[in-house]
Write a protein that binds this ligand. Structure first.
Ligand SMILES: Cc1cc2nc3c(=O)[nH]c(=O)nc-3n(C[C@H](O)[C@H](O)[C@H](O)COP(=O)(O)O)c2cc1C
Length: 359
């Protein structure tokens, strides 16, 4: 008998229905290659990449290993007004204390899927494209489909999942509130009402006619098996892969993932202007994690850049976004390849036990 997860793995061209999540700023070709080599799906997050970097990273993955190439993009609306006056005033004492000047230029920001990125997708022809914060407009979406990509997108509510499925995408990622990094709210989500994966996943599975990928708080085989029993066709793990060597986070961020504060991850809008889950640090404690003075996404990160750089140079993560999900302390340090093969073997054992009513 073909299971839902086998059918989906076959549909996207991998052996195992496990996705090493796209993690902008934290993961690149190394993780994508390691995941593909182990039989899972890797990801290339493109939200912070220039077009030449996208091409170079896609070439790097394709040069290293065959299998599906997965590119990930953000689809937020850019705000009309991003007045930073109150935000910069709040940060002024930190600039003085750290002896740095507030930045003057626009800086590197997370930008929404654009005409130029779409043209790059048409040239690269990735097998899979995923979107966070909704979908691009109909014309760009039609071009991505015409380029032959299987399209995935994240939903944080049942209504978002239904909306995504109605746009004709191939699978929905159910992102529970436990997830590390940005919550993908785009229609009606908010941190206070964001459901955990146990409640969200089966409701989305019941509500949409396409396969559902479970994301948020999955860090070992028990989470994977539970997601499959709740109806998922695949799982997407982010934080767990941050515990391995194939990512681009600082050693300080990696250490924090196993430290005592990892038990108390929180949504914060301070680092980008949108709620994202991370490990609490000095800025969150001083200003309040959801302080409304931070300008709207993606502008908040610009004013923080020099503070982050100066503090990190002194071994201090007080101004760094330490993205992590609620299950960080469940994850063990291991390579991406070992994680994927261990997860799948242990999940098979757990599901076989469940079938024999051993659990
Ligand atoms: C450091 C970090 C960066 C992330 N960046 C992205 C991103 O660029 N695009 C995206 O679609 N999701 C991003 N996410 C969310 C993941 O796709 C996924 O929903 C989440 O990692 C799953 O929860 P977990 O971290 O508990 O495994 C990010 C997550 C983390 C931890």
């Amino acid at each position: 008998m073909t299971t839902r997860r086998d059918a989906f793995a076959r549909r996207i061209g991998v052996r195992f229905p496990v996705i090493a999540a796209p993690m902008a700023g934290a993961a690149g070709p190394e993780l994508a290659i390691a995941a593909l080599k182990a039989g899972g799906l890797g990801s290339l997050p493109c939200a912070l990449l220039a077009i030449e970097q996208m091409h170079a990273q896609a070439d790097e993955v394709r040069g290293a290993i065959g299998g599906p190439l997965h590119l990930n993009f953000f689809c937020h609306d850019m705000p009309d007004d991003a007045d930073e006056t109150a935000w910069r005033a709040l940060l002024a004492p930190y600039y003085s204390a750290l002896g740095v000047a507030p930045p003057e230029g626009p800086g590197v920001m997370r930008l929404p899927f654009s005409e130029a990125q779409c043209a790059a997708v048409e040239a690269i022809r990735p097998e899979i494209v995923s979107f966070h914060f909704g979908l691009p407009g109909p014309a760009l979406l039609a071009r991505v489909k015409a380029a032959g990509a299987c399209i995935l997108a994240s939903a944080t509510t049942v209504r978002e999942a239904q909306w995504l499925a109605a746009q004709g995408i191939d699978a929905v990622i159910a992102q529970g509130a436990e997830a590390g990094g940005h919550a993908s709210h785009f229609l009606d989500g908010a941190p206070e009402t964001h459901m955990g994966l146990f409640a969200l996943l089966p409701q989305i599975v019941d509500a949409v006619p396409v396969p559902v990928i479970a994301a948020g708080g999955i860090a070992d085989a028990r989470g994977v098996a539970a997601a499959f029993i709740l109806g998922a066709s695949a799982v997407q793990l982010g934080t767990a892969f941050l515990h391995g060597p194939e990512n681009r986070i600082t050693p300080m961020h990696r250490a924090a993932l196993s430290g005592p504060d990892a038990a108390h991850t929180q949504f914060t809008r301070l680092f980008t202007g949108r709620p994202a889950r991370g490990i609490p640090n000095r800025l969150m404690r001083d200003l309040g994690a959801m302080n409304p003075a931070a300008p709207p996404f993606p502008h908040a990160s610009i004013a923080l850049a020099p503070l982050k750089a100066a503090a990190e140079a002194q071994g201090d993560t007080g101004f760094s976004s330490l993205w992590a999900g609620q299950a960080s302390l469940l994850a063990r340090p291991m390579s991406a390849g070992e994680r994927i093969t261990t997860l799948m073997a242990d999940t098979d054992r757990l599901l076989a036990d469940a079938a024999r009513e051993r659990i």
